[in-house]
Design a protein around this ligand. Structure first.
Ligand code: ADP
Length: 642
């Protein structure tokens, strides 16, 4: 954050610095150009001034060449000589275009003048001995200076020359040159300017209010001199209105300074407010005059400001460009980084996917292996189960063996007796009796066959194959096997079940095994019971009870009820556990109900045990109906009772 702030500050500093540098440089260059231009104009103006002044400077020297002048000086009282010189001077003046030409005697009194005929304006008789130009000429030198006319009050440039009579100075010839042509050339400078004399008093200026003011403070001596020489008549010389510090170099040639704006006085008429000014000056060749030009710096400053602004804008633009390029570079770098990271992420992802795929395929192989193992285990289990079921069957058969043996003993004995009788009848030749006996034997053999037939099917070791199975038929087979025992134990069998009434979808052989188990257990339970009733019902599924999951064609229920001892609730919960038995060792294995439940569940059915309120036990076998079988309905009345 602070870095951004510092960068912003730096940018602002750079912009300001550029603006400042632009301003300084432009100002310097502008000043240089202005200085050059001003000094060029000064040169031009100076030569114009010199042209005006020097054109006539030599004239006084030539006046003494006129013999009439010398003659006048020798005898000044002679009017004719005065007139003659007056005429000469008037003509000369008219010819030269000067303001006046006059001759003074050695006391400083005007003897003759070009304006002698001008009445009151005539200089003749004027005592001008106080003028410096007179004193200079009297000393044998050329006198020249600016002064306001003593009589005419008209300003002009006076140049005087001694008039010698032999070696002696007898008089002074003077010309007064008009400075008006200079006034007309101010415009040439294009800026306020002034012309100052030896005393630093402004004698001419483009600004009228500057005239007759002193650029430097006049010393007392100077004031006295001015008073005495009356160069400026009796005008009071004020101080120049602007605070200009004149620095004059050793050659008195160039002076220069800067005038701050906002000073009193008007540097230039109509300049519309004051501004800083460049003051440039130079001395005029061979003269004590000094020319000063005041050039406004406004243009230069404005231009410098413009350049400053342009440079600041340019710097700002360059900074923005740099910022933009930097930003672009950063974005590009970020983009490249992102692409690189993306590529890397891609590579990582691919590696990860490869790793995962490898792991998955390994897991897959392992799972397949496990599935195969499980299938193998299932097959083994199924085989073991089949073996167990078969063992269960064998156990039941073992239990049934006594009864069956007893059943077979009777017909077998009868057959033996009948066959013995038959051979006796044959020996007697009683074929009719033999045929009768053989008929009975055949009937008895059929009877034995019918006893053995269910056992054959039951004892067969076969895989469970579901088929439409008549429950009544299976029940009949089971009861038949226990026939002898039921009778012996005097059990009343109430069978409410007709053949074809209930057709289940299961293996008939296995269903028989289940029923043999249930009936056997019931007979066992009723061994000591005073009332021995075995009830067999086909019942409907009570409403609201969850149906079997694998019974698309409905469900039928077979109920096996006995009036035996029953079981406790704790026993009920454990009845179907393998090896749970309450019977004596060697009598029961405790596998009958466990195997029965497995068999019924294999066909999608269920077997449940209840403790009826009236006592005894109730086992319900729930089975899926065979497809297309009529819905099972409880049989009304007792179909079969023993
Ligand atoms: P086992 O008959 O060899 O004992 P089961 O699995 O057929 O094995 O029976 C387990 C136990 O369930 C029996 O020992 C008996 O206690 C009880 N049981 C089974 N059927 C009945 C029944 N109808 N009445 C009372 N108890 C029964």
């Amino acid at each position: 954050m602070w870095r951004r702030g510092a960068a912003a500050l730096l940018a602002v500093l750079v912009v300001l610095g550029s603006g400042w540098a632009g301003y300084a440089l432009s100002l310097k260059q502008g000043l240089q150009a202005l200085r050059l231009e001003s000094s060029h104009r000064l040169d031009l103006f100076a030569s114009a001034v010199e042209g005006v002044v020097k054109r006539l400077e030599h004239v006084p020297a030539t006046i003494q060449l006129n013999p009439e002048v010398l003659a006048l000086l020798r005898s000044p009282s002679r009017q004719d000589r005065v007139d003659a010189v007056n005429i000469y001077l008037r003509r000369l003046n008219a010819h030269l275009g000067s303001l006046a030409v006059f001759v003074l005697d050695e006391r400083g009194v005007v003897l003759s003048s070009s304006n002698a005929d001008k009445g009151d304006d005539s200089l003749v008789g004027e005592d001008l001995a106080f003028r410096p130009y007179f004193l200079e000429a009297l000393s044998g030198r050329v006198g020249r200076h600016f002064a306001i006319g003593a009589k005419s009050r008209e300003p002009g440039y006076f140049v005087s020359h001694p008039i010698r009579d032999g070696a002696r100075v007898v008089g002074v010839a003077t010309i007064k040159i008009s400075l008006e042509p200079i006034e007309a050339t101010w415009d040439m400078l294009g800026a306020p300017a002034l012309l100052a004399d030896l005393n630093q008093v402004v004698i001419l200026s483009s600004q009228p209010e500057w005239r007759y003011t002193a650029l430097t403070a006049l010393t007392v001596d100077q004031r006295v001199d001015l008073q005495m020489s009356r160069l400026f008549d009796n005008l009071r010389i004020e101080r120049f209105p602007l605070q200009v510090q004149l620095s004059i170099d050793t050659d008195s040639q160039v002076l220069e300074g800067v005038l701050p704006g906002g000073q009193s006085g008007r540097p230039r008429a109509g300049s519309g407010g004051s501004s800083d000014m460049l003051v440039l000056g130079r001395a005029l060749d061979g003269m004590d005059w000094r020319l000063l030009i005041f050039s406004s710096l406004r243009g230069v400053q404005n231009q410098a400001l413009l350049h400053a602004m342009l440079l600041a804008i340019a710097a700002g633009f360059v900074l923005l460009l740099a910022l933009y390029l930097n930003q672009r570079r950063r974005i590009l770098r970020q983009k490249l980084d992102t692409q690189r990271m993306l590529r890397q992420a891609n590579v990582d992802l691919e590696q990860k996917v490869n790793r995962r795929t490898r792991a998955l395929s390994e897991t897959n192989t392992r799972l397949r292996h496990e599935v195969a193992e499980r299938q193998q285990a299932e097959q083994t289990l199924r085989a073991a189960q089949d073996e167990l079921v078969h063992a269960g069957k064998m156990a039941v058969l073992g239990q049934l063996a006594t009864g069956i043996t007893h059943e077979l003993t009777q017909p077998l004995g009868a057959i033996r007796t009948l066959s013995g009788n038959a051979s006796e009848f044959l020996r007697r030749g009683d074929l009719k009796a033999v045929a009768g006996n053989l008929g009975i034997v055949a009937r008895l053999a059929d009877q034995m066959g019918s006893i053995i037939e269910p056992l054959k099917g039951f004892a067969r070791k076969s895989a469970a194959v579901p088929a439409a199975t008549d429950v009544a038929h299976a029940l009949g087979n089971a009861l038949f096997l226990y026939d002898q025992r039921l009778r012996k134990e005097q059990v009343e069998v109430r069978r409410h079940c007709r053949p074809g009434q209930a057709i289940a979808w299961c293996d008939p052989n296995r269903l028989e095994q289940v029923l043999i188990n249930l009936v056997g257990n019931a007979i066992d339970a009723m061994a000591d019971a005073p009332v021995k009733v075995l009830t067999l019902d086909i019942a409907e599924a009570p409403p609201g009870e969850p149906a079997l999951a694998r019974a698309p064609h409905g469900e039928l229920r077979l109920q096996v009820r006995d009036s035996g001892a029953g079981f406790t609730e704790a026993q009920r919960l454990r009845l179907f556990e393998p090896f749970f038995t309450t019977k004596d060792a060697g009598v029961g294995l405790g596998l009958g109900l466990a195997i029965s439940r497995d068999i019924v569940r294999e066909f999608g059915g269920e077997i449940e045990a209840e403790r009826p309120a009236e006592g005894g036990a109730l086992f319900t076998v729930r089975l899926p109906c065979a497809p297309g079988s009529p819905a099972a309905s409880p049989a009304t009345g007792t179909d079969d009772a023993d």
